[in-house]
Write a protein that binds this ligand. Structure first.
Ligand code: PMP
Length: 469
């Protein structure tokens, strides 16, 4: 690769996702990733980087799976594309729908395909409103989500999401979406009994339903564990209480499993770990391990029966709904997960090792809390041990630690002052130990860097300190 030319073209023509374009220009272009194998990616300069983020929370089965390339090639030659409008379907789409229905077992037996997690949540928004209209309750249109939730970047996705900085940029949220507190114990319930805090956070849903009027609330949407919100792992009591409240008022439960699904938490789906039953589930990322774009919305029998009770069309579909090549790749991805028992590996082997190795960083002076579940985790960075007080105004420490990790060959993300991790399921014990060692070295270095930055004027503290999705 001609790296300097690629970086020049990057600045000249390529607007990357969720970035400061000024920073991109100042850096002289993005880091160009050129190849990958297992849990490691290489950039165009030949640097090896251990991928502590599985791409972007998605490459669950790891890189370099020739089997997926083979199946994509075969499907492209046999039938590269056909649509799922006009009463046509393709074999991979139908087979994948049946496979997903079997993984959900029981309630969620019907699958609608989209291309991305955002699109799946757009489907959710339209579907729940259409469902209530068909039930003769069109005024049941409000969807309740949580502050700081991430449900995508389309207008519906960002509206369902609760990231206020995304709302400012687009005049969002669209009408009919409300947000309640998130179950962020470290940030919002520090020092409070974790279970009591979880119940308080869940009861915020009931309070909001009563304030709005139960007959106006269509659904509640949440990730079992908030990923881009900072890997917020709620106490078990949280989802039990949320489910009870939704059932009490007839509010649909939507589980956004775009990050949590396909084994990330050690079960096929996050709702199985927390023991609740959703009416609708959004899936993406791990569905194909990111090898091709595909997402799916699983829907309960009750909802589909209502849709079937009318001759009217649900006028909603995407050109690439059920794309046969992406569906064939997703099917093989799931087959590999089953054959190699990767979900069990997350639960019983890699996950516990990750919890131990990353958990040991809790003793570091910069670390306020370490949270892990399965193969997802977060490290909270604080200015004063034993508190949740941040460096400066907050948001300064995360990028410093992240950059020190990347410089040492480990990809992690900083969400303000939370370092988040999400490695592939095939990560070895040795690689997990290396992750922990690199993070410790980065934390040690950050102590000095942060002391230095504290003496500089505020603009430099803010440089590169955007949250990461
Ligand atoms: N929901 C959640 C929980 C996500 O984490 C994401 C992506 N980070 C999305 C939805 C949106 O998915 P996509 O980027 O594929 O549109």
């Amino acid at each position: 690769y001609n790296v300097s030319e690629l970086r020049r073209l990057d600045v000249a023509h390529h607007l990357p996702a969720q970035s400061s374009y000024r920073l991109q220009q100042q850096m002289g272009g993005s880091r160009i990733i050129t190849r990958a194998e297992g849990s490691t990616v290489w950039d165009a300069e030949g640097n090896a980087i251990l991928d502590g983020m599985a791409g972007l929370w998605c490459v669950d089965i790891g890189y370099g799976r020739a089997e997926l390339a083979d199946v994509a090639r075969e499907q492209m030659l046999e039938l590269p594309y056909y649509n799922s409008f006009f009463r046509t379907a393709t074999a991979p789409a139908v087979e994948l729908a049946a496979k997903l229905a079997s993984l959900h077992g029981g309630a969620l037996q019907h699958i609608f395909f989209n291309t991305s997690g955002s699109e799946s949540n757009d489907t959710v928004l339209r579907l729940v409103r259409y469902y209530w209209a068909l039930k003769g309750q069109p005024e049941r249109s409000i969807i309740i989500s949580r502050h700081n939730a991430y449900h995508g970047s389309t207008v519906a996705g960002a509206s369902l999401g609760g990231m206020s900085f995304m709302h400012v940029q687009g005049g969002l949220p669209i009408p009919g979406i409300e947000h309640i507190m998130q179950p962020y114990h470290f940030g919002d319930g520090f020092g409070e009994d974790p279970e009591e805090f979880a119940l308080r956070a869940a009861d915020a849903l009931e309070e909001r339903i009563l304030a709005i009027g139960a007959d106006k609330v269509a659904a509640f949407i949440g990730e079992p564990v908030q990923g881009a919100g900072g890997v917020i792992i709620p106490h078990r009591a949280y989802w039990q209480r949320i489910e009870a409240i939704c059932r009490k008022y007839g509010v649909l439960i939507v589980s956004d499993e775009v990050i949590c699904g396909f084994g990330r938490l050690g079960r096929w789906f996050g709702y199985q770990h927390f023991g609740f039953t959703p009416d609708i589930v959004s899936m993406a990322k791990g569905l194909s391990s990111g090898y091709l774009p595909i997402s799916a919305t699983a829907v309960s029998h009750e909802i589909v029966e209502t849709l079937r009770a009318t001759d009217d069309d649900f006028v909603h579909g995407y050109t690439y709904s059920g794309h046969p090549v992406a569906a064939a790749v997703a099917l093989r991805n799931i087959e590999i997960m089953e054959r190699e028992a990767l979900v069990d590996r997350v639960a019983d082997d890699a996950g516990p090792h990750f919890a131990e190795a990353i958990g040991a960083l809790a003793d570091h002076p910069l670390v306020g809390e370490v949270r892990t579940l399965g193969l997802i985790g977060a490290i909270e960075l604080v200015a004063e041990k034993g508190t949740n007080r941040r460096h400066g105004k907050g948001g300064a420490a995360g990028p410093v630690v992240r950059d020190a990790c990347i410089a040492r060959g480990l990809m992690v993300r900083a969400i303000r002052d939370t370092i988040v991790m999400c490695p592939p399921f095939v990560i070895t014990h040795e690689e997990i130990d290396r992750m922990a060692a690199i993070i410790r070295a980065a934390l040690d270095e950050a102590v000095g860097t942060l002391a230095h930055l504290a003496g500089l004027p505020p603009p430099q503290l803010l440089e590169g300190a955007q949250p990461g999705l």
